[in-house]
Design a protein around this ligand. Structure first.
Ligand SMILES: C[S@@+](CC[C@H](N)C(=O)[O-])C[C@H]1O[C@@H](n2cnc3c(N)ncnc32)[C@H](O)[C@@H]1O
Length: 355
């Protein structure tokens, strides 16, 4: 049997793997604290000589008890080694301390997902984001975004931007090569994509679709960059299937957008997005598809982002495979022209046209 994740193991190794999963939330919290309290940094500072828990406590201002509990958890997770009463950093410990993607993912999981994930079972049964209630009474995380506690809001934006920002420069070169004069950015969020394209293409005008709170944020950012006069805000809730989008565009753009919707909703969005194109125009979909990933770590992160959509974001969407979206697009009369693979960290750019 081909296994994408993991390989055949002995019974003992399998038993240990199962316990890693059983204790994963505890190891996650301890790891986060080993980094944020400065314990990993302190231990790393001593190099191969290492440091006792008492010394690490003094250096970080923690109690000796707290330092011992956390460092021993770190030992079990291979973040530190223990020799002769001293803790020494490992390769994994040093990586956790420095890697930006790991930090962005951990912050997102802690601030946005952790508490609400307790309600995953309810969310799966109800098809509603039951875990979002830890933040208040909202139908989706997008309505809640502007009102989330500051830590959760900034972790959400950092997570979203970390991935899309990395893909935007290469994607904008491909999209702007066709010299569009008009572009519709559906799900513009803080306006980062529109701002990049408007700055690179002085002839371009962009219409921005999002929920009212996000549009306000996007327009303010564009005005601050002197690009506001070529941007038109279009507040549309795409969940209302009767809400039409403006039309006549050379380019319709959706980045990390369709993942926010169920398959039925994606169908109605694609139908309306296709209608928004002028003849000869192109529909561009930039997204992270787990089946197109070269590295297992990327596919692992994407697949495990789906339960966030279930429990926190909306209750009914997931990280799709590219073929899932292409099949829905075909049903809506949109044909794939080209796929541009491996932009930024995880992204594919699908170029579609009616036909
Ligand atoms: C995951 S973010 C992607 C943002 C941006 N395109 C990017 O690539 O970083 C999804 C965006 O879709 C917007 N959105 C979600 N539900 C929406 C709805 N029902 N109508 C309009 N926009 C919506 C959200 O407010 C958010 O800005």
């Amino acid at each position: 049997m081909h296994k994408r994740f993991g390989h055949d193991k002995t019974g003992l190794e399998t038993r240990f793997d199962a316990q890693r999963i059983a204790f994963a939330p505890i190891v996650f919290q301890a790891t986060r604290l080993l980094r944020s309290t400065g314990l990993l940094e302190a231990v790393e500072g001593r190099g191969a000589e290492g440091m006792t828990a008492a010394e690490a406590a003094t250096e970080t201002g923690l109690s000796s008890y707290a330092a011992t509990v956390l460092l021993e958890c770190g030992l079990s997770a291979d973040l530190v080694a223990y020799d002769n009463g001293k803790f020494v950093i490992t390769t994994l410990g040093a990586f956790i301390r420095r890697d930006e993607m790991t930090a962005v993912n951990m912050e997102f999981i802690h601030e946005v997902c952790y508490l609400g994930m307790h309600k995953l079972e309810d969310a799966l049964k109800l098809g509603e984001p039951a875990g979002l209630r830890v933040f208040g009474e909202w139908k989706t995380v997008y309505e809640a975004l502007a009102h989330l506690p500051e830590n959760a809001k900034s972790a959400w934006l950092r997570f979203d931007h970390f991935y899309s920002d990395a893909a935007f420069p290469a994607a904008s070169r491909i999209v702007l090569e066709r010299q569009p004069k008009t572009m519709l950015d559906i799900g513009c969020n803080t306006g980062k994509w529109a701002s990049l394209c408007l700055a690179r293409s002085p002839e371009l005008c962009a219409s921005l679709v999002d929920l009212p709170n996000q549009l306000e944020m996007a327009m303010q950012n564009l005005r601050e960059k002197g690009l506001g006069d070529r941007a038109v805000p279009c507040p549309v809730d795409v969940l209302d299937p009767h809400a039409e989008l403006p039309s006549g565009f050379d380019a319709v753009w959706m980045s990390q957008f369709l993942v926010c919707f169920s398959e039925d909703e994606v169908r109605t969005i694609l139908r309306r997005a296709g209608r928004a194109l002028r003849p000869g125009g192109r529909l561009w979909i930039l997204d992270t598809f787990w089946d197109t990933q070269r590295f297992d770590a990327a596919a692992y992160c994407l697949i495990n982002t789906s339960p966030y959509f279930t429990a926190i974001a909306n209750g009914n969407s997931r990280m799709y495979r590219a073929e899932d979206i292409l099949a829905l697009a075909r049903e809506e009369g949109l044909a794939l022209q080209t796929t541009h693979e491996r932009l930024g960290i995880y992204h594919s750019l699908l170029e579609l046209a009616p036909g």
